[in-house]
Design a protein around this ligand. Structure first.
Ligand code: PGA
Length: 252
């Protein structure tokens, strides 16, 4: 049985005190969903320590939204994977389309970040997905395949066992436009096939999350699909009730 995951990407939202409140809300409501669903919150770097404290003793896990490509040293403004790990993070989101698009993250950078994430015992949540033009041109399969080949294919078999993939069509992120459950299943199955071409049967164990305007009202239908193992949630992760409500999609 693959792990079921609902991960919240808070992006650049909430002040620290608000983040702590949100985390406490998630902890308070977490019991409404069975333990078989793993909840992860990914606040901004500045709140990680306080949110870690708020999550203590709960089974809500902590992740970061990014990390540096280097281990340490003269890299002004960067945050090392070792620092994130020291604060109690278990996960790091890597390759989010916003980072690829606005911060020019390339496969080369992402390969270095992956190395740092694994060197520090963290689990990457590696994002792939096509933009609207690519979808309309029918290139979404090729785009996802390339984003996987140029980064995930460089992992060892051991590292691959500790990887989460998030398929996030750029045209669905923050737009209110969700991929249909069928569209999600089609590409998730394809991504699993690509992973299997390199890692064989281990691909069956890799959680593949859907991301892009996922909300309580559409989660159940999307999560019901065979190759969809949960969600990476942006906007709806900013309200504990909605975030937990998405997790309830597994229980529908
Ligand atoms: P959204 O964002 O749920 O607000 O569309 C998802 C994401 O970017 O991870």
């Amino acid at each position: 049985m693959r792990k079921k995951i609902v991960a919240g990407n808070w992006k650049m939202n909430t002040l620290p005190a608000e983040g702590v409140e949100l985390a406490k809300g998630v902890v308070a409501m977490r019991g409404e969903v069975c333990d078989c669903v793993n909840f992860i919150v990914c606040p901004p770097f500045t709140h990680l320590a306080q949110v870690a404290e708020a999550l203590k003793g709960s089974n809500v896990e902590l992740g970061a939204q990014n990390c540096a490509a280097e281990a340490k040293g003269a890299y002004t403004g960067e945050v090392a994977a070792s620092m994130i790990a020291a604060l109690g993070c278990k996960y790091v989101i890597l390759g989010h389309s916003e980072r690829r698009q606005y911060y020019g993250e390339t496969a080369q950078t992402l390969n270095k970040k992956m190395e740092q994430v694994y060197a520090n015992g963290l689990t990457p949540i590696y994002c792939v997905g096509e933009n609207l033009d690519e979808r309309e041109a029918g290139n979404h399969f090729a785009v996802c395949k390339q984003q996987i080949e140029e980064v995930v294919f460089n992992l060892t078999e051991e590292q691959f066992k500790n990887l989460v993939i998030a398929y996030e069509p750029v045209w669905a992120i923050g737009t209110g436009k969700t991929a249909t459950a069928e569209q999600a299943q089609e590409i998730h199955a394809y991504i699993r096939e690509v992973l299997a071409s390199k890692f064989g049967a281990a691909a069956e164990e890799c959680p593949i999350l859907y991301g892009g305007s996922c909300k309580p009202s559409n989660a159940a239908e999307i999560f019901a699909k065979e190759d969809v193992d949960g969600g990476l949630i942006g906007g709806a992760a900013l309200k504990a009730e909605d975030f937990i409500g998405i997790g309830k999609g597994f229980m529908a």
